[in-house]
Design a protein around this ligand. Structure first.
Ligand SMILES: [Cu+2]
Length: 326
C-alpha cells in the first residue's frame, strides 16, 4: 500500500509537468501560482517528539497567514497538483535534466507584487525574476508571467556531486519578507544521461529524493513564541512522510534560509550519508546553503532527524523518518 501511494504521487507529479521537445531540448512546463494561505506549524496540535513537553510558547498561536507557491495541472489554474506530505510549506519541486529548458508559468493570485527568482539555472534579465530592470521582476496581482530558464551544464552536478543537485527559487520583489512569507521552493537538476526516462527527469540511481528546508520563521517581531524553528514549515515532529524501504538509496536535498539565527546542522539518526565524497551524519547549513547528500537506507527503524543546534532542538526543529524492514 505504501509503495502504491508513493508511485501514485510520482505519476501525478509527472502529469503536473508538461513535457515536450523543441529542437534538441526537452521543455518542462510548470504552472505555479502564488497564493495567500493559512499555515499551521503543528497541525497535529501536539508535540509529536515528546507529547508531555507540549508545544511551549510556540503552541500559543499555531496558525498564521502565509503565502505559498502552489502547483496546478495546466494553464487553467483550476486543479492543484498534490504534493507529498513531507514537502510541507515548500513550493513544487521543479525537476529537469541538464540540457532541458524549464518554462514556469507564474500566476500571482495573491494581494501584492511577487515573482519567482531561481538559483543555479541560466537566465537573461527578463527571466531573473528579481530587480526592476527585467520584465519578470515584478508581477502584479492577477498577472501571469512565463519564466524561461535554461538548465545548462553550469546548473548540473559538478565532478564531486551525485547524479542530482538542488537549487532554490523564491520571490524577489521584497525578497526578505517574501521568503519569510513562505514563497520558496526548490529545483532539482539531474546529470545528463541519468534521468529515469524522457518524461521523468529524476535520477535513475536513487529511490527517493527528499528535500528539507531548515528555517526559523519570524512571526511576531522576534518574540520567542513567534520564532518557529521549522523543517519544511513544521515544528515538533509535525513534518511527516519521510519513508524508505530497507536497501533504498535516498537522496536528501537540504537547504537553509533566514538570518544569523539560521545556522543549522541537519542530523540523521540510524544512517550515515555521503556528502561530496565525505562520510558524515551531520550536514551544516547557513542561509541559502544548498547541499545534496546520498544515503543507503540499510538500517530499518523509525529514526530521529533533527537540527543539532541545542536551542533549535528545544524549540521544535526535529522530526522522525522511517526505514521499513524488507
Ligand atoms: Cu537549527
Amino acid at each position: 500500500m505504501k509503495l502504491f501511494q508513493s508511485k501514485w504521487f510520482s505519476a501525478v507529479l509527472l502529469l503536473g509537468c508538461f513535457y515536450s521537445v523543441e529542437g534538441s531540448a526537452a521543455v518542462r512546463e510548470y504552472w505555479v501560482a502564488a497564493e495567500k494561505v493559512q499555515w499551521d506549524y503543528a497541525p497535529s496540535g501536539v508535540n509529536l517528539m515528546k507529547e508531555k513537553a507540549g508545544l511551549g510558547p510556540w503552541g500559543e498561536t499555531r496558525v498564521y497567514s502565509k503565502y505559498r507557491y502552489i502547483q496546478y495541472q495546466d494553464a487553467s489554474f483550476t486543479s492543484v497538483v498534490p504534493q507529498p506530505e513531507w514537502m510541507g510549506i515548500l513550493g513544487p519541486q521543479l525537476k529537469a535534466e541538464v540540457g532541458d529548458v524549464l518554462k514556469v508559468h507564474f500566476l500571482n493570485k495573491a494581494d501584492k507584487p511577487l515573482s519567482m527568482h531561481p538559483h543555479g539555472v541560466k537566465y537573461d534579465e527578463d527571466n531573473d525574476g528579481a530587480d526592476l530592470r527585467g520584465k519578470g521582476g515584478v508581477i502584479k496581482p492577477g498577472e501571469t508571467y512565463t519564466y524561461t530558464w535554461e538548465v545548462d551544464e553550469g546548473a548540473g552536478p559538478g565532478p564531486k556531486d551525485g547524479s542530482s543537485i538542488v537549487w532554490l527559487y523564491h520571490s524577489h520583489v521584497n525578497a526578505v519578507q517574501e521568503i519569510y512569507d513562505g514563497l520558496i521552493g526548490t529545483i532539482v537538476v539531474t546529470q545528463k544521461g541519468m534521468a529515469k526516462s524522457a518524461q521523468d527527469p529524476s535520477p535513475k540511481d536513487v529511490d527517493h529524493e527528499f528535500t528539507t528546508m531548515f528555517m526559523v520563521f519570524n512571526e511576531e517581531d522576534g518574540e520567542e513564541g513567534g520564532l518557529m524553528h521549522t523543517m519544511n514549515g513544521y515544528v515538533f515532529g509535525n513534518l511527516q512522510g519521510y519513508e524508505a524501504d530497507e536497501g533504498d538509496t535516498v537522496r536528501w536535498h537540504l537547504v537553509g534560509m533566514g538570518s544569523e539565527v539560521d545556522l543549522h546542522t541537519a542530523h540523521w539518526h540510524g544512517e550515515t550519508v555521503l556528502n561530496a565524497g565525505r562520510r558524515t551524519d551531520v550536514v551544516n547549513l547557513l542561509p541559502a546553503t544548498m547541499t545534496t547528500v546520498t544515503m543507503l537506507a540499510d538500517n530499518p527503524g523509525e529514526w530521529l532527524y533533527h537540527c543539532h543546534v541545542a536551542d533549535h532542538v528545544v524549540a521544535g526543529m526535529s522530526t522522525r523518518w522511517k526505514v521499513n524492514p524488507k
